[in-house]
Design a protein around this ligand. Structure first.
Ligand code: NAD
Ligand code: TYD
Length: 352
């Protein structure tokens, strides 16, 4: 079996669902269920014996070794993290705790387990660390996209904490020989995306008749990747990636934020026109910029294409259409995540 951490979050949840749709290898899913974790994402697996869910912290140095000893996974895929830049600006402490200290503790638990494995299992074992393109910092308009050789130059508490975790993973390979793989991925979007992030927030605010908040001038560029393409890339790196190597994952889809918001409005105008027949674009509102806002991210994913043959299946046009349609069809999931603490966050970030 494999151990997935953070498998009740956006990408981890999609990964677990896709994994069990394409393989019978069981998944042990360790997730703390923070505000971002949602078991409803995994509702289809409720009676599926191939999915074992454990609520817990990657930094728990009693629980994690016990789980490893009991379930004997052949690989660990570490999605668990605090992942939202704006939250990291309001309160960086949890980011340091989970992304740095938690990853350190997880690495130590895994190293203890791995080093006691029989040789053949030790050789084939993998620790795959899921990271972000944000560790590379911000690009100028004419800079080449990030390659794996770019130096880390993180600018936000979130990206600094992820960069630190990447360094720990690298060091555990070089010093202790732990067979690690690191993936640095661009912005994901798709089903089960918590609506604090740009794309789901815009879809849900549009439908609720609320303002669509665009930070600053809306010309910041992100490289968007459909989440299921990211999941396929991780499966590919897990099976064929070279131990100790880093792989950039991206969609070759650079878009300014304002264009993304207009695209969502256009699709909604078509699929769910407003009662007054005005465009949802009339709800666009420019708001104060994010402090230290990175201007541009872009990924050069050619190593993954050249060495492992991975390419994204979705274009931005096809992926965003599927995503908007998913949000229109999944009221129950949405009303579950938009209650309680989510409302407090929106009030603090956009109204306070
Ligand atoms: P998410 O915030 O939706 O989910 C994170 C999950 O981790 C949640 O289920 C949460 O409960 C769990 N978690 C948090 N702290 C934990 C802890 N201490 N122990 C166990 N579980 C814990 O995040 P996501 O968007 O799914 O991102 C997953 C990973 O991918 C993260 O490492 C993130 O840095 C990385 N990443 C995300 C993106 C993106 O666009 N979302 C892009 C590139 C990389
Ligand atoms: P986000 O989804 O938070 O991802 P990240 O900060 O990790 O790239 O934001 C994507 C882009 O959208 C980023 O440039 C910030 C911008 N943004 C807005 O303009 N308005 C919003 O309300 C949010 C949440 C983000």
């Amino acid at each position: 079996m494999i151990l997935v951490t953070g498998g009740a979050g956006f990408i981890g949840g999609n990964f677990v669902l896709d994994w069990l749709a394409t393989s019978d290898e069981p998944v042990l899913n360790l997730d703390k269920l923070t505000y971002a974790g949602n078991l409803q994402t995994l509702a289809a697996l409720e009676h599926d014996a191939r999915h074992v869910f454990v609520r817990g912290d990657i930094g728990d140095t009693t629980l994690v070794p016990a789980l490893l000893a009991r379930h004997r996974p052949r690989a660990v895929i570490n999605f668990a993290a605090e992942s939202h830049v704006d939250r990291s600006i309001h309160g960086p402490s949890e980011f340091i705790q989970t992304n740095i200290v938690g990853t350190f503790n997880l690495l130590e638990s895994v190293r203890g387990y791995w080093s006691a494995l029989p040789e053949s299992e030790r050789i084939s074992f993998r620790f795959l660390h899921v990271s972000t393109d944000e560790v590379y910092g911000s690009l100028a308009p004419d800079d080449s996209p990030f390659r794996e050789t770019n130096p880390h130059a993180p600018n936000s508490p979130y990206s600094a904490s992820k960069a630190a975790s990447d360094h720990l993973v690298r060091a555990w390979h070089h010093t202790y020989g732990l067979p690690v793989l690191t993936t640095n991925c661009s912005n994901n979007y798709g089903p089960y995306h918590f609506p604090e992030k740009l794309i789901p927030l815009v879809i849900l605010n549009a439908l609720a008749g609320k303002p669509l908040p665009v930070y600053g001038d809306g010309q910041q560029v992100r490289d968007w990747l459909y989440v299921k393409d990211h999941c396929a890339a991780i499966r590919c790196v897990l099976e064929a990636g070279q131990s100790g190597q880093t792989y950039n994952v991206g969609g070759w889809n650079e878009k300014p934020n304002l264009e993304v918001v207009h695209t969502i409005c256009r699709i909604l105008d078509e699929l769910r026109p407003r009662a007054d027949s005005q465009s949802y674009a009339s709800q666009i509102t420019f708001v104060a910029d994010r402090p230290g806002h990175d201007r541009r991210y872009a990924i050069d994913a050619s190593r993954l294409a050249d060495e492992l043959g991975w390419k994204p299946a979705e274009t931005f046009d096809s992926g965003i259409r599927k995503t908007v349609a998913w949000y229109l069809d999944n009221d129950a999931w949405i009303s579950n995540v938009t209650s309680g603490s989510y409302r407090d966050w929106i009030a603090r970030q956009y109204e306070g």
